[in-house]
Ligand binder design. Structure first.
Ligand code: TRP
Length: 365
Protein backbone atom coordinates (compact mmCIF):
# COMPACT_ATOMS: atom_id res chain seq x y z
CA UNK A 1 0.00 0.00 0.00
CA UNK A 2 1.17 3.52 -0.77
CA UNK A 3 2.25 5.68 2.13
CA UNK A 4 0.43 8.98 1.84
CA UNK A 5 0.51 12.01 4.09
CA UNK A 6 -2.31 14.50 4.30
CA UNK A 7 -2.55 17.29 6.79
CA UNK A 8 -3.52 20.93 6.89
CA UNK A 9 -4.42 24.09 8.70
CA UNK A 10 -7.27 26.56 8.84
CA UNK A 11 -6.35 29.87 7.26
CA UNK A 12 -7.41 32.31 9.96
CA UNK A 13 -4.12 34.20 10.20
CA UNK A 14 -0.40 33.64 10.22
CA UNK A 15 1.01 30.42 11.65
CA UNK A 16 2.92 30.52 14.94
CA UNK A 17 5.50 28.60 16.95
CA UNK A 18 2.79 26.29 18.30
CA UNK A 19 2.04 25.12 14.73
CA UNK A 20 5.76 24.93 14.06
CA UNK A 21 6.70 22.56 16.90
CA UNK A 22 3.55 20.50 16.81
CA UNK A 23 3.51 19.76 13.09
CA UNK A 24 5.16 22.11 10.56
CA UNK A 25 8.75 21.16 11.36
CA UNK A 26 7.90 17.47 11.31
CA UNK A 27 6.15 17.79 7.95
CA UNK A 28 9.35 19.03 6.39
CA UNK A 29 11.33 16.12 7.87
CA UNK A 30 8.73 13.66 6.59
CA UNK A 31 8.67 15.33 3.20
CA UNK A 32 12.45 15.02 2.94
CA UNK A 33 12.59 11.47 4.30
CA UNK A 34 11.72 9.97 0.93
CA UNK A 35 9.52 7.44 2.74
CA UNK A 36 6.21 8.73 1.45
CA UNK A 37 4.72 8.25 -1.97
CA UNK A 38 2.76 11.46 -1.66
CA UNK A 39 2.63 14.43 0.68
CA UNK A 40 -0.42 16.68 0.53
CA UNK A 41 -0.77 19.83 2.59
CA UNK A 42 -4.16 21.48 2.69
CA UNK A 43 -5.19 25.03 3.43
CA UNK A 44 -8.56 24.22 4.97
CA UNK A 45 -10.53 27.33 4.03
CA UNK A 46 -13.91 25.61 3.87
CA UNK A 47 -13.38 24.34 7.40
CA UNK A 48 -12.29 27.81 8.53
CA UNK A 49 -15.55 29.16 7.12
CA UNK A 50 -17.60 26.86 9.37
CA UNK A 51 -16.99 29.28 12.21
CA UNK A 52 -16.07 32.36 10.17
CA UNK A 53 -18.85 32.22 7.60
CA UNK A 54 -19.71 35.85 8.34
CA UNK A 55 -16.14 36.97 7.73
CA UNK A 56 -14.97 35.41 4.47
CA UNK A 57 -12.59 38.34 3.99
CA UNK A 58 -10.47 37.13 6.90
CA UNK A 59 -10.12 33.69 5.31
CA UNK A 60 -9.46 35.16 1.88
CA UNK A 61 -6.65 37.33 3.24
CA UNK A 62 -5.13 34.50 5.28
CA UNK A 63 -4.63 31.96 2.51
CA UNK A 64 -1.50 33.65 1.21
CA UNK A 65 -0.16 34.02 4.78
CA UNK A 66 -0.46 30.30 5.43
CA UNK A 67 0.99 29.47 2.02
CA UNK A 68 3.99 31.73 2.70
CA UNK A 69 4.43 30.13 6.12
CA UNK A 70 4.37 26.66 4.53
CA UNK A 71 6.96 27.57 1.94
CA UNK A 72 9.10 29.44 4.43
CA UNK A 73 9.46 26.48 6.81
CA UNK A 74 10.73 24.42 3.90
CA UNK A 75 7.74 22.64 2.42
CA UNK A 76 8.91 22.17 -1.14
CA UNK A 77 6.25 22.37 -3.85
CA UNK A 78 8.31 20.09 -6.08
CA UNK A 79 7.83 17.31 -3.50
CA UNK A 80 4.69 18.25 -1.57
CA UNK A 81 1.34 19.17 -3.07
CA UNK A 82 -0.05 22.37 -1.54
CA UNK A 83 -3.78 22.72 -2.06
CA UNK A 84 -6.80 24.81 -1.14
CA UNK A 85 -9.71 22.78 0.23
CA UNK A 86 -12.56 24.75 -1.35
CA UNK A 87 -11.13 24.27 -4.83
CA UNK A 88 -11.86 20.55 -4.62
CA UNK A 89 -15.65 20.20 -4.78
CA UNK A 90 -15.30 16.41 -4.57
CA UNK A 91 -14.54 16.90 -0.87
CA UNK A 92 -17.93 18.48 -0.29
CA UNK A 93 -19.63 15.66 -2.12
CA UNK A 94 -17.86 13.03 -0.04
CA UNK A 95 -18.81 14.93 3.11
CA UNK A 96 -22.48 14.74 2.21
CA UNK A 97 -22.40 10.96 1.81
CA UNK A 98 -20.37 10.49 5.00
CA UNK A 99 -22.93 12.52 6.94
CA UNK A 100 -25.23 9.51 6.77
CA UNK A 101 -22.65 7.43 8.62
CA UNK A 102 -22.39 9.61 11.73
CA UNK A 103 -25.08 10.37 14.29
CA UNK A 104 -25.49 13.79 15.83
CA UNK A 105 -24.84 12.57 19.40
CA UNK A 106 -21.39 11.45 18.26
CA UNK A 107 -20.72 14.91 16.80
CA UNK A 108 -21.78 16.68 20.00
CA UNK A 109 -19.42 14.40 21.94
CA UNK A 110 -16.30 15.37 19.95
CA UNK A 111 -14.01 16.91 22.61
CA UNK A 112 -12.30 19.34 20.22
CA UNK A 113 -15.57 20.61 18.79
CA UNK A 114 -16.95 20.91 22.33
CA UNK A 115 -13.96 22.98 23.47
CA UNK A 116 -14.21 25.23 20.41
CA UNK A 117 -17.94 25.69 20.86
CA UNK A 118 -17.78 26.78 24.50
CA UNK A 119 -16.47 30.35 24.12
CA UNK A 120 -18.74 31.00 21.14
CA UNK A 121 -21.99 30.45 23.05
CA UNK A 122 -23.80 29.16 19.98
CA UNK A 123 -26.44 27.27 21.97
CA UNK A 124 -29.48 26.76 19.71
CA UNK A 125 -27.79 28.79 16.96
CA UNK A 126 -25.02 26.25 16.47
CA UNK A 127 -24.35 26.21 12.72
CA UNK A 128 -24.83 22.69 11.34
CA UNK A 129 -21.70 23.17 9.24
CA UNK A 130 -19.61 23.75 12.34
CA UNK A 131 -20.97 20.67 14.10
CA UNK A 132 -20.21 18.62 11.00
CA UNK A 133 -16.71 19.81 10.26
CA UNK A 134 -15.16 16.60 11.62
CA UNK A 135 -17.04 14.79 8.83
CA UNK A 136 -15.61 17.14 6.25
CA UNK A 137 -12.17 16.52 7.73
CA UNK A 138 -12.77 12.79 7.24
CA UNK A 139 -13.47 13.58 3.59
CA UNK A 140 -10.21 15.56 3.37
CA UNK A 141 -8.24 12.61 4.68
CA UNK A 142 -9.97 9.76 2.88
CA UNK A 143 -10.22 11.51 -0.50
CA UNK A 144 -6.47 11.07 -0.83
CA UNK A 145 -6.39 7.65 0.88
CA UNK A 146 -4.01 9.15 3.40
CA UNK A 147 -2.31 6.64 5.67
CA UNK A 148 -0.60 9.20 7.88
CA UNK A 149 -1.86 12.45 9.34
CA UNK A 150 0.81 14.45 11.21
CA UNK A 151 -1.05 16.71 13.63
CA UNK A 152 -1.05 18.22 17.10
CA UNK A 153 -2.81 16.48 19.94
CA UNK A 154 -6.02 18.52 19.57
CA UNK A 155 -6.69 16.82 16.24
CA UNK A 156 -6.82 13.26 17.61
CA UNK A 157 -10.64 13.25 17.90
CA UNK A 158 -10.84 14.12 14.18
CA UNK A 159 -8.66 11.18 13.21
CA UNK A 160 -10.72 8.88 15.44
CA UNK A 161 -13.91 10.15 13.79
CA UNK A 162 -12.36 9.52 10.38
CA UNK A 163 -11.43 5.96 11.32
CA UNK A 164 -15.00 5.29 12.43
CA UNK A 165 -16.39 6.61 9.16
CA UNK A 166 -13.95 4.51 7.16
CA UNK A 167 -14.87 1.33 9.04
CA UNK A 168 -18.56 2.01 8.64
CA UNK A 169 -18.29 2.86 4.97
CA UNK A 170 -16.14 -0.17 4.21
CA UNK A 171 -18.47 -2.53 6.05
CA UNK A 172 -21.70 -1.19 4.53
CA UNK A 173 -20.58 -0.56 0.95
CA UNK A 174 -17.20 -1.89 -0.08
CA UNK A 175 -13.72 -2.05 1.35
CA UNK A 176 -12.13 0.88 -0.48
CA UNK A 177 -11.34 3.58 2.09
CA UNK A 178 -8.11 3.66 4.07
CA UNK A 179 -7.99 4.03 7.88
CA UNK A 180 -5.46 6.76 8.65
CA UNK A 181 -3.07 6.96 11.58
CA UNK A 182 -2.28 10.17 13.44
CA UNK A 183 1.36 11.04 13.82
CA UNK A 184 1.90 13.06 16.99
CA UNK A 185 5.03 15.07 17.80
CA UNK A 186 7.73 12.88 19.32
CA UNK A 187 8.35 15.20 22.27
CA UNK A 188 5.35 15.49 24.56
CA UNK A 189 6.05 19.18 25.22
CA UNK A 190 5.62 19.90 21.49
CA UNK A 191 2.09 18.58 21.38
CA UNK A 192 0.60 21.74 22.85
CA UNK A 193 2.96 24.66 23.28
CA UNK A 194 1.61 27.21 25.81
CA UNK A 195 1.24 30.88 24.93
CA UNK A 196 3.95 33.35 25.94
CA UNK A 197 1.66 34.41 28.84
CA UNK A 198 1.67 30.87 30.23
CA UNK A 199 -1.93 30.03 29.24
CA UNK A 200 -2.59 26.59 27.84
CA UNK A 201 -2.42 27.37 24.16
CA UNK A 202 -1.04 29.91 21.72
CA UNK A 203 -4.01 31.69 20.27
CA UNK A 204 -4.33 34.76 18.17
CA UNK A 205 -7.25 36.12 20.17
CA UNK A 206 -5.21 35.96 23.39
CA UNK A 207 -2.28 37.84 21.80
CA UNK A 208 0.21 35.33 23.19
CA UNK A 209 1.78 34.02 19.99
CA UNK A 210 5.21 34.19 18.46
CA UNK A 211 4.62 34.15 14.71
CA UNK A 212 6.95 32.54 12.19
CA UNK A 213 6.99 35.83 10.32
CA UNK A 214 7.85 37.97 13.38
CA UNK A 215 10.89 40.23 13.07
CA UNK A 216 13.95 39.53 15.25
CA UNK A 217 12.98 42.48 17.41
CA UNK A 218 9.41 41.28 17.90
CA UNK A 219 10.68 37.83 18.86
CA UNK A 220 13.13 39.29 21.39
CA UNK A 221 10.48 41.52 22.99
CA UNK A 222 8.01 38.65 23.27
CA UNK A 223 10.61 36.34 24.80
CA UNK A 224 11.77 38.95 27.31
CA UNK A 225 8.13 39.47 28.33
CA UNK A 226 7.35 35.78 28.79
CA UNK A 227 5.67 34.34 31.84
CA UNK A 228 8.10 32.57 34.20
CA UNK A 229 7.57 31.98 37.92
CA UNK A 230 5.59 34.60 39.87
CA UNK A 231 7.09 33.28 43.15
CA UNK A 232 10.64 33.89 41.95
CA UNK A 233 11.02 37.48 43.12
CA UNK A 234 14.68 37.85 44.12
CA UNK A 235 17.37 36.26 41.99
CA UNK A 236 18.41 34.29 45.06
CA UNK A 237 14.92 32.76 45.52
CA UNK A 238 14.47 29.15 44.46
CA UNK A 239 12.55 29.02 41.18
CA UNK A 240 9.91 26.66 39.82
CA UNK A 241 10.22 24.84 36.51
CA UNK A 242 6.70 23.46 36.36
CA UNK A 243 4.43 25.87 34.51
CA UNK A 244 7.39 28.14 33.75
CA UNK A 245 6.82 28.98 30.11
CA UNK A 246 10.43 29.80 29.27
CA UNK A 247 11.54 26.37 30.49
CA UNK A 248 8.68 24.75 28.59
CA UNK A 249 9.92 26.43 25.41
CA UNK A 250 13.48 25.38 26.22
CA UNK A 251 12.24 21.80 26.58
CA UNK A 252 10.76 22.12 23.11
CA UNK A 253 13.61 23.89 21.32
CA UNK A 254 16.88 23.53 23.21
CA UNK A 255 19.59 21.03 22.32
CA UNK A 256 22.87 20.46 24.16
CA UNK A 257 24.83 22.13 21.36
CA UNK A 258 23.05 25.41 22.10
CA UNK A 259 24.82 25.60 25.48
CA UNK A 260 28.30 25.47 23.98
CA UNK A 261 27.25 28.20 21.60
CA UNK A 262 25.21 30.59 23.74
CA UNK A 263 25.49 29.64 27.42
CA UNK A 264 28.77 27.79 28.02
CA UNK A 265 28.47 27.97 31.83
CA UNK A 266 26.11 24.99 31.62
CA UNK A 267 26.41 21.69 29.75
CA UNK A 268 22.76 20.87 29.41
CA UNK A 269 19.22 21.93 30.25
CA UNK A 270 19.22 19.75 33.37
CA UNK A 271 22.05 21.83 34.84
CA UNK A 272 20.33 25.12 34.05
CA UNK A 273 17.07 23.91 35.60
CA UNK A 274 18.88 22.68 38.72
CA UNK A 275 20.47 26.10 39.19
CA UNK A 276 17.10 27.83 38.86
CA UNK A 277 15.51 25.49 41.39
CA UNK A 278 18.39 26.06 43.83
CA UNK A 279 18.09 29.83 43.52
CA UNK A 280 20.61 32.35 42.24
CA UNK A 281 19.63 32.32 38.56
CA UNK A 282 17.87 35.40 37.20
CA UNK A 283 15.12 35.22 34.54
CA UNK A 284 16.92 37.53 32.11
CA UNK A 285 19.76 35.06 31.66
CA UNK A 286 17.69 32.13 30.47
CA UNK A 287 15.28 34.34 28.56
CA UNK A 288 18.22 35.66 26.56
CA UNK A 289 19.30 32.08 25.97
CA UNK A 290 15.85 31.14 24.65
CA UNK A 291 15.90 34.23 22.45
CA UNK A 292 19.21 33.14 20.87
CA UNK A 293 17.80 29.69 20.14
CA UNK A 294 14.58 31.00 18.62
CA UNK A 295 16.41 33.58 16.53
CA UNK A 296 18.63 30.84 15.12
CA UNK A 297 15.61 28.63 14.39
CA UNK A 298 13.49 31.32 12.76
CA UNK A 299 16.09 33.21 10.76
CA UNK A 300 16.19 30.78 7.81
CA UNK A 301 12.38 30.66 7.89
CA UNK A 302 12.16 34.44 7.59
CA UNK A 303 14.76 34.50 4.81
CA UNK A 304 12.88 31.94 2.75
CA UNK A 305 9.67 33.88 3.30
CA UNK A 306 11.29 37.07 2.00
CA UNK A 307 12.19 35.30 -1.24
CA UNK A 308 8.66 34.00 -1.83
CA UNK A 309 7.14 37.35 -0.86
CA UNK A 310 8.86 38.85 -3.88
CA UNK A 311 6.86 36.66 -6.25
CA UNK A 312 3.31 36.33 -4.95
CA UNK A 313 1.90 35.31 -8.36
CA UNK A 314 4.20 32.30 -8.30
CA UNK A 315 2.85 31.34 -4.86
CA UNK A 316 -0.73 31.48 -6.17
CA UNK A 317 0.40 29.40 -9.16
CA UNK A 318 1.82 26.77 -6.75
CA UNK A 319 -1.55 26.63 -4.97
CA UNK A 320 -3.47 26.45 -8.22
CA UNK A 321 -1.47 23.63 -9.71
CA UNK A 322 -1.41 21.78 -6.37
CA UNK A 323 -5.18 22.07 -6.11
CA UNK A 324 -5.59 20.75 -9.64
CA UNK A 325 -3.37 17.74 -8.95
CA UNK A 326 -5.21 17.06 -5.72
CA UNK A 327 -8.57 17.38 -7.41
CA UNK A 328 -7.69 14.65 -9.88
CA UNK A 329 -6.92 12.27 -7.00
CA UNK A 330 -10.07 13.18 -5.07
CA UNK A 331 -12.17 12.68 -8.20
CA UNK A 332 -10.88 9.11 -8.54
CA UNK A 333 -11.78 8.33 -4.95
CA UNK A 334 -15.21 9.92 -5.29
CA UNK A 335 -15.82 7.79 -8.36
CA UNK A 336 -14.90 4.66 -6.40
CA UNK A 337 -17.14 5.78 -3.53
CA UNK A 338 -20.08 6.29 -5.86
CA UNK A 339 -19.43 2.91 -7.45
CA UNK A 340 -19.38 1.30 -4.02
CA UNK A 341 -22.64 3.04 -3.13
CA UNK A 342 -24.03 2.02 -6.52
CA UNK A 343 -25.04 5.54 -7.42
CA UNK A 344 -22.97 5.83 -10.60
CA UNK A 345 -26.19 5.20 -12.52
CA UNK A 346 -25.12 6.13 -16.02
CA UNK A 347 -22.09 3.83 -15.90
CA UNK A 348 -24.16 1.04 -14.38
CA UNK A 349 -24.91 -1.11 -17.42
CA UNK A 350 -26.24 -3.93 -15.22
CA UNK A 351 -28.84 -1.59 -13.75
CA UNK A 352 -29.90 -0.22 -17.10
CA UNK A 353 -29.97 -3.71 -18.58
CA UNK A 354 -32.13 -5.07 -15.75
CA UNK A 355 -34.61 -2.23 -16.12
CA UNK A 356 -34.61 -2.68 -19.85
CA UNK A 357 -35.37 -6.32 -19.30
CA UNK A 358 -38.07 -5.53 -16.73
CA UNK A 359 -39.89 -3.02 -18.90
CA UNK A 360 -39.00 -3.26 -22.56
CA UNK A 361 -39.08 -7.08 -22.75
CA UNK A 362 -42.36 -7.30 -20.94
CA UNK A 363 -44.12 -4.52 -22.72
CA UNK A 364 -46.01 -5.95 -25.68
CA UNK A 365 -44.95 -4.33 -28.91
N1 TRP B 1 -8.65 20.81 11.75
C1 TRP B 1 -7.35 21.24 11.32
C2 TRP B 1 -6.98 22.50 12.14
O1 TRP B 1 -7.82 23.05 12.80
C3 TRP B 1 -7.26 21.57 9.86
C4 TRP B 1 -7.57 20.43 8.94
C5 TRP B 1 -8.58 20.38 8.00
C6 TRP B 1 -6.88 19.19 8.85
N2 TRP B 1 -8.55 19.22 7.34
C7 TRP B 1 -7.54 18.45 7.82
C8 TRP B 1 -5.80 18.61 9.53
C9 TRP B 1 -7.15 17.15 7.49
C10 TRP B 1 -5.41 17.31 9.21
C11 TRP B 1 -6.07 16.60 8.19
O2 TRP B 1 -5.87 22.94 12.10
Amino acid sequence: MNKIILTGDRPTGRLHLGHYVSTLKRRVTLQNSGQYDKVLIMIADAQALTDNFDNPEKIRQSIIEVALDYLSVGLDPSISTLLIQSQIPELTELTFYYMNLVNTARLYRNPTVKAEMQPKHFEANLPAGFLCYPISQAADITAFKATTVPVGEDQLPMIEQTREIVRKFNSIYKDILVEPEALLPQKKVCRRLPGTDGTAKMSKSLGNCIYLADTPDEIRKKVMGMFTDPLHIQVSDPGHIEGNTVFTYLDAFCEDRHFAQYLPDYACLGELKAHYQRGGLGDVKFKKFLNEILQEELEPVRKRRAIYEKDISAVYEILKSGSEQARAIAAETLDEVKDAMKINYFADTALIESHRHKYEDETPA
